[in-house]
Design a protein around this ligand. Structure first.
Ligand SMILES: *Cc1c(COP(=O)(O)O)cnc(C)c1O
Length: 474
């Protein structure tokens, strides 16, 4: 059998598996029901001495691993934020794997660098960022936020920390709301800034940063000899998708000369709809901006879109060209490994190119609008039910709610009830939800954004939630 025949035959088996997987995906418990160690025990302790057939691996995938998979691509997945894929994205990932290029520099695959520049421009136009932003694909929003803080640190100190370390510096201060994502705290730790120097600003009743508190905190820090450095505004918090007031925050950062980073990991995708552009009122104050096409834009993890106003500062923070990486084109092209932490880079632009072309802007807008409509319907079901209540405004396609069977139950009791409810629902496996705490209240999050979700799925989800709640011992 020649190589081409062999590939076609084997790849066909994988394609068949994928088609069957999607055909059956709604039959599996959405959240894997295995216990710790279950899967590990099924697997041999050593690799095989002799090579095995792909057929065998596909059989064992079904027999040994499938039970331990949580089905993120099930339309009954309403947990966390989505991590979607789609037909064009899957196909592009396959081709990316086949090409197998390491796209660290322009010369290591010029098409990868130039396609990246192009699709990042397409995305920038699609979400309405101004033309003076330049984009680069990062692996995750967590990395992008770390990169933002490192760049802010270097620009702020004239690139002195890169050179000498932080030893000579008075403590810097970073500000984010108390609802900001945990990746911000991690970035502050990893950047050597010290967790205690992340100042968490109080939020208002709708979980948005209180700008007057921000200003007071900066002012006080300055008086006490700290060095206020950066503010991270969140568009679409993880708990309740609250949107921090960007222009009010921007006026403060401008006044005090601070870096303004925007974490729009989930919500950024909604900016493709003109009616959500209000979220970036104040974009003129922003230095860096990240959102995740790998969440709500039907593109496989990982693909995070990071935009900066001052790409030179970004490169100056990370660039370092040892002799073996010098090329004759360095002056004339984008070598994207200079724009981020790792040297090595996957060819991630290809899947974005496939997805953006396959759906087109209108197709993407239609899908996001559909999810927003479904969330609007779900919100009404919750609001109209006498034993459920909304716990936050529904800004995007996440409904934050809880079961409240009436009477004068303590907050503790309600927390316990809702925790039980969530575990019952997830154990039953028909849908999958996760929770957060808002204002001390155990909050269920219904996140509607899976690529293939339809109206019937949210109808069945609501049925399941109300049924399970009815079976609780209050
Ligand atoms: C999901 C999320 C992140 C983390 O995204 P990764 O790409 O997984 O690092 C950060 N911030 C917010 C607001 C998020 O929703």
């Amino acid at each position: 059998m020649d190589k081409k025949e062999e590939f076609l035959q084997k790849a066909q088996k994988a394609i068949d598996w994928i088609a069957r997987y999607y055909e059956n995906i709604e039959r599996y418990p959405v959240k894997s029901q295995v216990s710790p160690g279950d899967i590990y025990q099924r697997l041999p302790d050593r690799m095989p001495e002799q090579g095995e057939e792909i057929d065998q691996m596909i059989r064992d995938l079904d027999a040994d691993l499938l039970e331990g998979i949580t089905h993120w691509q099930s339309p009954r997945f309403f947990a966390y934020f989505p991590a979607n894929t789609s037909v064009p994205s899957m196909i592009a990932e396959m081709i990316t794997a086949a090409i197998g290029a390491q796209c660290m520099k322009w010369e290591t695959s010029p098409a990868a660098a130039e396609l990246e520049e192009k699709v990042m421009n397409w995305l920038r136009l699609a979400i309405g960022l101004p033309a003076d932003f330049e984009g680069v694909i990062q692996d995750s929003a967590s990395t992008a936020s770390l990169v933002a803080l490192l760049t802010a640190r270097e620009k702020f100190t004239g690139y002195q920390v890169n050179e000498w370390g932080l030893y000579q510096q008075k403590p810097f201060r970073i500000y984010a709301s108390s609802e900001a994502h945990s990746s911000i705290e991690r970035a502050v730790k990893a950047a050597g800034l010290g967790r205690v120097n992340l100042v968490k600003i109080e939020v208002d009743g709708d979980y948005r940063m209180k700008t007057d508190h921000l200003e007071q905190a900066i002012d006080q820090d300055q008086k006490e000899g700290y060095r206020p450095m950066a503010v991270v505004a969140t568009l679409g918090t993880t708990g309740s998708t609250a949107v921090d007031p960007l222009s009010a925050i921007g006026r403060v950062t401008r006044q005090y000369g601070l870096w303004l980073h925007v974490d729009a990991a989930y919500a950024g995708s909604a900016l493709i709809l003109p009616q959500y552009r209000w979220m970036i009122d104040g974009i003129e104050y922003v230095d860096s901006f990240v959102f995740n096409p790998h969440k709500w834009l039907f593109t496989n993890f990982d693909a995070s879109a990071y935009y900066v106003r001052d790409a030179r500062a970004l490169r100056a923070t990370f660039q370092l060209i040892p002799e073996y990486l010098k090329t004759r084109t360095d002056e004339h092209v984008n070598n994207y490994s200079d724009w981020t932490i790792p040297l090595g880079r996957r060819f991630r632009a290809l899947k974005l190119w496939f997805v953006l072309r396959y759906y087109g802007l209108e197709g993407l807008q239609q899908k996001i609008r559909f999810h927003l409509d479904l969330a609007g319907q779900f919100k009404h079901w919750v609001a109209d039910h006498q034993h459920f209540e909304l716990l936050a405004p529904v800004t995007l396609a996440v409904v934050a709610f809880r079961y409240h069977p009436g009477g004068s139950l303590s907050e503790e009791h309600l927390n316990r009830l809702n925790e039980q409810l969530m575990h019952r629902i997830n154990q039953a496996g028909r849908i999958y939800l996760t929770h957060t705490k808002l204002n001390g209240k155990y909050t269920l999050r219904m996140v509607i954004g899976q690529t293939h979700v339809e109206k019937r799925h949210i109808e069945e989800a609501w049925q399941e939630i109300t049924n399970q709640a009815g079976q609780l011992n209050n």
